[in-house]
Every structure is written in C-alpha cells, then in structure tokens.
Write a protein that binds this ligand. Structure first.
Ligand SMILES: Cc1ncc(COP(=O)(O)O)c(C=O)c1O
Length: 318
C-alpha cells in the first residue's frame, strides 16, 4: 500500500487490502463466482482503501496541517473510513451524508470522533458535494479528499485491488462486475485488469431503479452505497462492456441468501453485485471466472429494509 506504518498508532492502516477472494458455488444455478471480501477491511468496507490512499498521500505531500479539517460527502462507508484514517493521523474530520444513510453509519462516524452534517437525500450527492466546496472556500483549514473526482481513488484500485485479483486468479479472470458510487472501484479495477488481460469483460451493476448508465433518471432504491443520483467524474472515459440492472428486491433477497447459504454477513450492494455476476457467469462459456466485490458488512444495515420482517427474528422460545 502507498503509505507507511510509522508507529503503532498507524499500524491499523497496514491491515487494509489484501482481502481474500472467496469462491461462491450456487448449486441451483450450477455456477461458481468469486467475491472479493472487502468487508474484511478494518472499518468493514472497501472504502478503507480510498481513505488511506488519499489521506496518506496528502500527509506525505504536506497538504495536511495540525489544524486541518478533512471534509467529505459520502454515502456512509467513505465517511466511516475517512473518520478512522483521520483519527489515527490526528486530524478533525467532518462528514456530509444524506439523511437516508443508515443510523449505524452515523453512529460509527461519531464513534471515530468525526462531525456529521446531514443533507436531504432528494437533492442527491451533488448537493453534498457543493456544500463541501463552499466549506473549503470559506475556511482555509478545510482539506477536501474529493473522492468522486480524485484520480488516486481509482489509481489505488488499479495498483492494488486489480493486482490482488490477478494474483488470486493466477491471471485467469474473465469478467469483473461492480456497482459504482464514486466509480473508483470500477475505473481502477477495470484498467488494472485490462493491462494484464485485455479481453476481460467489465460489467457495471446498477440499481434497476437508478440505471443512469442506461440513460434512466435516478430514483430511490434500497442498494445503499451505489448510484446516488450523481454520475461521478471518475466513471467518465471508463470503457464498460455492459451494464446489468438489479432491482432492490432481488438485491435484498440475494443478500439474505448469501448469509443463509454461504455464511456471508454482507450488505445489500454485495447481494446486488452477486445477482449481476451470476447473470454474467451464465452468459459466458462454462468455467469462466467471474469476480465481483463484497463491499461491506451486514451489521451497518440493522435499521434498513435488509433486516425488516426477518422471518423468525423475534420468536421467543419458553
Ligand atoms: C456499500 C457500497 N458499495 C459500493 C460502493 C461503490 O464503490 P465506489 O465508490 O468505489 O464506486 C460503495 C461506495 O461508497 C459502498 O459504500
């Protein structure tokens, strides 16, 4: 990773990345796909990679000072990751998040000592991003990671996530499937895999209710962390072979299935990615190797639709 572990306080940063690639066999479908277990990062999501990369780069280039305030707009996971990395680097962090982000995300950000500012979800990420730009214009202490546009977000995935996938598949990956929030994962992994394997198929997963790559207007959906009503600059120019629409209902059902059949405690975007990855695997010759991302853990979804009406959840045996 492009950062140093220069003391015990920063040691946690050395645990980011190098996540396992888990084979997932689906007997009903007769298919195996591979999930990159990003929920095993220290704060439980793929966003630890971006947070450590951007903040350690800023620190190394002298852009962070003792009184700096790190300010970012996020769907939650980036906020948790930036709050953690900011805490170990000794900086104040202020996170802007939509008012629909799960309460678990809000608590975790506060637990790392960061401030939280909520904005109305119906305005989309663009509103939150504008607010961060105004804060930076008004206060010279503000440092903006700009995860939606910062090339380091994608570059870290090109250099690390893609390399890990190539090593873990012995270079035999045939397709990569991922949703997008900032687009950092899709951009970076696509470029990194194509450098080594030009024929690899790159597929974007989109909520059926917000299939923006397919020209549809964004609408509300239950796949937190992806397609927040904003087309991120990091997706511009990324060559994507196909886009798969996944409904919130299918994503939720698969996320529950991943827990019950595979023992995987993951969030709804992971379920959505797996639905799309199975479709891609079905469309390719038998034995093709399809890799997707298991973005975050289930524990930050207790208050969401994922855990609503769980059968048997409240049964008491006397
Ligand atoms: C749960 C979840 N899934 C997927 C993503 C998308 O990742 P990226 O921002 O690299 O596009 C995010 C991003 O915040 C996320 O929180």
């Amino acid at each position: 990773m492009p950062f140093t572990t220069d003391g015990d306080r920063h040691a946690i940063l050395g645990l980011i990345g190098n996540t396992p690639l888990v084979p997932l066999f689906f007997p009903e479908e007769g298919l195996t796909i591979h999930g990159k277990a990003e929920f095993l990062n220290p704060t439980g999501s793929i966003k630890d990679r971006m947070a450590a990369c951007i903040l350690c780069d800023a620190r190394d280039r002298g852009l962070l000072h003792d009184d700096s305030i790190i300010v970012e707009c996020t769907s939650g996971n980036s906020g948790i990751a930036l709050a953690m990395v900011g805490a170990v680097l000794g900086h104040r962090v202020r996170i802007l998040m939509s008012d629909t982000a799960s309460v678990e995300r809000r608590h975790l950000i506060g637990h790392f000592g960061a401030e939280l500012v909520l904005f109305r979800a119906d305005r989309g990420y663009a509103t939150g991003i504008e607010m961060t730009e105004r804060m930076a214009a008004d206060d010279p202490r503000v440092f903006l990671p700009r995860q939606f546009a910062n090339p380091l977000n994608a570059e870290d995935h090109r250099l690390h996530t893609a390399r890990e996938i190539l090593e873990q598949t012995a270079g035999t990956v045939d397709a990569f499937v991922s949703g997008y929030g900032t687009g950092g994962t899709l951009n970076g992994v696509a470029r990194g895999l194509r450098e080594a394997r030009p024929g690899v198929r790159i597929v974007a997963m989109e909520p059926a209710e917000a299939a923006m790559l397919q020209g549809e207007a964004p609408c509300c959906h239950s796949i937190e962390g992806v397609a927040g009503g904003y087309m991120p600059p990091l997706l511009e120019g990324v060559s994507i072979d196909a886009a798969e629409k996944v409904s919130s209902v299918d994503a939720l059902a698969m996320t529950r299935r991943l827990a019950r059949e595979h023992g995987l405690l993951v969030g709804t975007s992971s379920g959505a990615n797996v639905v799309a990855a199975l479709r891609v695997a079905r469309s390719l010759p038998a034995g093709s190797r399809v890799v997707t991302i298991l973005c975050d853990g289930a524990e930050r979804y207790f208050s969401t639709r994922l855990f609503a009406n769980e059968p048997g959840a409240h049964r008491v045996t006397r």
